[in-house]
Write a protein that binds this ligand. Structure first.
Ligand code: HEM
Length: 126
């Protein structure tokens, strides 16, 4: 693994930590506090940065199974964070997140973690 890919792998792991902190806090309190929004938004920035590092560092075309898995995971999280921001701007911090949005967040995060694990396995076991 070259240094660009190594940097990408470290950054994607930071994205995992950031998303996890944000989602766990959101699922527990069901409130979109500044804490939750900062960690989830930071997760998106780290995720996009890591993806860019992987594309530039990889000797492959950007369209591999690992790539598509990663893009789909990034997309569901971008949608999640967009929906959470929209809800928060409309309703404020105090209003609890409705059940369906809370469930979408859980599924999106779970898919992201699955993509992270299988992504790592795909590149390291080949
Ligand atoms: C879920 C977020 C992820 C996204 C969006 C993502 C995205 C990508 C993309 C687009 C490529 C270029 C296409 C390719 O070579 O297959 C790539 C390559 C790569 N990624 Fe990821 N990836 C993710 C997770 C991971 C994880 C968790 C690891 C390991 C810790 C990792 C390590 C690598 C490596 C080593 C390559 C180069 C592959 C090779 O040399 O064959 N990626 N990634």
């Amino acid at each position: 693994m070259n240094s660009i890919l190594l940097t990408g792998s470290v950054i994607v792991t930071l994205a995992l930590i950031s998303y996890s902190i944000g989602i766990i806090a959101e699922q527990r309190k069901k409130q979109l506090t500044n804490f939750v929004m900062i960690f989830l938004s930071l997760g998106i920035v780290l995720d996009i940065t890591a993806t860019a590092f992987m594309i530039f560092g990889s000797p492959n075309s950007p369209f591999t199974i690992h790539g598509f898995l990663g893009y789909s995971a990034l997309l569901v999280m971008v949608i999640d964070v967009y929906l959470l921001w929209r809800f928060r701007i409309r309703n404020g911090i105090q209003v609890k997140v409705p059940k369906n949005l809370n469930l979408y967040s859980r599924y999106a995060y779970s898919w992201w973690v699955i993509a992270y694990i299988t992504g790592a396995l795909l590149v390291f076991l080949k």
